[in-house]
Design a protein around this ligand. Sequence first.
Ligand code: SF4
Ligand code: SF4
Ligand code: FES
Length: 344
Amino acid sequence: MPQQTFVIDRYDPVEDRAYEQEFSVDYEAGETVLDCLNMIRWDQDGTLSLRMSCRHAICGSCAIKINGRSGLACQTQVPAAAERGNPIHIGPQGNQTVIKDLVVDTDKFMRQFDRAQTWLKPFEGQEPPAREYRQDKDDFDHWQHASTCIHCGACYSDCTVASVDPKFLGPAALAKAYRFVMDSRDSQRQERLEKLSRMEGGIWDCTRCFMCVEACPKDVLPMDAIMELRTEAIKAGVTNNHGSRHSKAFAGGVKKRGRLDEATLPILSAGVRPGAIPEMLGYTPGAIRLLKSRKLLVAARRHGASKEGKQQIKRIFDEVEDAKHHHDVNRAAFSTHYAEALEG
Ligand code: SF4
Ligand code: SF4
Ligand code: FES
């Protein structure tokens, strides 16, 4: 029987003491990290605290950090975890307060769903259907990936923005918001897009780091959902906000000059509106640092595109702009998965 060593981050709230503890367990092929943690609890140290329920990647309660990356303990095979680091380091989820050992306070994560108002708001005065409010299959294909979330928090735990900004709605709540923006039975599509674009911690605060996509055990594709929300917001005319202006200025500068124009980007991002001047003044210390370090000049020289380079960049823009909206690409992919699932 193979043996595996685990190093577990422990936290004792009574003594307010954090420490690491090493355990070794014999396991059988097919057993998961959760099975091993349970063997440790049952046979070696009954004080080790963790959350679990279904043991089948359904309830979402066993999400922890395994060798630094968040995931479900009940879905992670021991050899697969050991491949990423041996002994296997186990810790509680990130971006949330630890209550004891591997148990975190999920309140901050769960409150984001409230802030994003992730529930259906039906049309008023609508005659209720005889059986149920049905969703058209084509519409469902747009957001079915976002409906598979089990609220495990793995994405939020690894989110690089949530780690510095407690107001960021985070990947799971935004993916859920996307689900309601795209649901044709919901009456608040425009209001939702406006709120999600303008609120603190909304769709424009994501840095597209991909961590949520990698952590998610259910292929919810939270980052893709956030990018779709940005596209839907711009298509719906919700452009009077910093994120939308920044995105337009960023792409416009690269398309026109063949390089990112860091000098005009803050001005175009701030826009012409009350409040733009204080915003731009806020950039002054950063701009002075860039000038002093000659970073602006070095960046201009290094990234300045040649004539051929500019043509190449223009060709990329033309191709992307001509291509079908990536919404439709996802739609095709999800239709295939859906058809396969139905056949299965
Ligand atoms: S892609 Fe965005 S939402 Fe996802 S982890 Fe990164 S910053 Fe967070
Ligand atoms: S989006 Fe994925 S990782 Fe995030 S809470 Fe939902 S299931 Fe978990
Ligand atoms: S115990 Fe339910 S998801 Fe792991």
